[in-house]
Design a protein around this ligand. Structure first.
Ligand code: NDP
Length: 311
């Protein structure tokens, strides 16, 4: 029997409905609508798609949104001055600087310049500190979304051994901290970890954020484990599609007919029979990242209007 599917679309839909209700509640109290500004620097095509999806998602729940596009010859300082002027605007509740920034921009400097109360990606050091403390604050969207997925899918975290592959500031590190706060025993792995498959096989919850297509195979997975796949990659050849999904798969047929097909960091065909639960790509973590961005924007707006943050 194959792994149970952890359906990110269903959980994200529930979160979006809660956010829409939260926005309606603000309006009913006579408060202004929340406003998110997305700053897109440079010409990264994937970033353009992500940003479009974020703006569309805002519209669907009643959050006002604005896109600031910085194009052409960027000297790095323009992103910084844009962030500073958005910090000063009282009508802006959330600022999202779409990453990665072009090479000439100093990412750390830009993130540190954000008003922590508007930092809806949870990457400002003040929010990172609050995360480590377990204090109320804005949390990075992807790991928050994964916690929502686990909790709302009835996956028990407390007391389990959870292993996170990847230690980026945006996924791996905050993910580990959230799992720790949920009382898991957490192992963090990275490119220098020795014998990763052996270590990973002792985990009941395995979160994979490596950025390598189909990297995790059955030899990394304890039978019955919950596997969360954070990666997103476009498949480039029919050979890959056949390997990852099988010769008779709809993904191979889709690729051959010219449609784009995605795979995560987990090898779906080899891991499905062994895992107890698996988040699919697409339709797993991706929709939750956006849903948690909306949730963070609502939270920032509530605090901005003197109301308590909701869970
Ligand atoms: P990064 O490239 O920043 O980090 C990758 C991590 O994987 C690093 O910590 C690296 O280790 C580790 N790693 C690389 N190779 C190995 C290896 N052979 N064995 C063990 N660990 C290894 O990636 P991100 O965290 O930003 O993203 C990871 C993936 O998730 C990407 O595919 C990205 O597209 C996707 N993503 C998806 C999101 C969504 O909404 N679904 C949101 C964000 C990201 P080291 O530190 O030693 O270099």
């Amino acid at each position: 029997m194959g792994a149970r599917v952890l359906d990110g679309e269903v959980v994200a839909h529930a979160i979006r409905q809660e956010v829409a209700a939260g926005v309606a509640d603000l309006l009913a109290r006579g408060k202004p609508r929340p406003r998110l500004v997305v700053v897109l620097s440079g010409e990264n095509l994937a970033s353009q798609v992500y940003v479009r999806n974020k703006i569309k998602a805002c519209e669907q729940v009643g959050i006002d949104s604005e896109l600031v596009r910085l194009e052409g010859n960027l000297d790095g300082g323009r992103t910084l001055s844009t962030v500073q002027s958005l910090n000063d605007r009282s009508d802006v509740d959330g600022i999202l600087v779409q990453l990665p920034l072009p090479e000439d921009a100093d990412e750390t400097r830009v993130l540190h310049a954000l008003d922590p109360g508007k930092d809806v990606d949870g990457l400002h050091p003040e929010n990172v500190g609050k995360l480590v403390e377990g204090a109320q604050g804005l949390r990075p969207c992807t790991p928050s979304g994964i916690m929502e997925l686990l909790q709302r899918s009835g996956i028990a975290v407390e007391g389990t051994h959870a292993l996170v592959v990847g230690r980026s500031n945006i996924v791996g590190k905050p993910m580990s901290m959230l799992l720790l706060h949920a009382n898991a025993t957490v192992t963090i792995c990275h490119s220098r970890t020795r014998d990763l498959p052996h270590l990973a096989r002792s985990a009941e919850i395995l979160v994979v954020a490596v950025g390598k297509p189909a990297f995790v195979t059955e030899e990394f997975v304890k039978p019955g484990a919950t596997v969360v796949d954070v990666g997103i990659h476009r498949i480039v050849s029919p050979g890959q599609a056949e390997d990852f999904f099988g010769a008779g798969s709809r993904q191979l047929a889709a690729l051959k007919s010219g449609r784009s097909v995605l795979v995560g960091d987990v090898h779906p065909r080899r891991v499905k029979p062994r895992a107890g639960a698996l988040s699919p790509v697409p339709g797993g973590v991706g929709p939750l990242t956006i849903a948690c961005l909306l949730k963070n924007t609502l939270q920032a707006a509530r605090v901005h209007r003197g109301l308590p943050a909701q869970r």
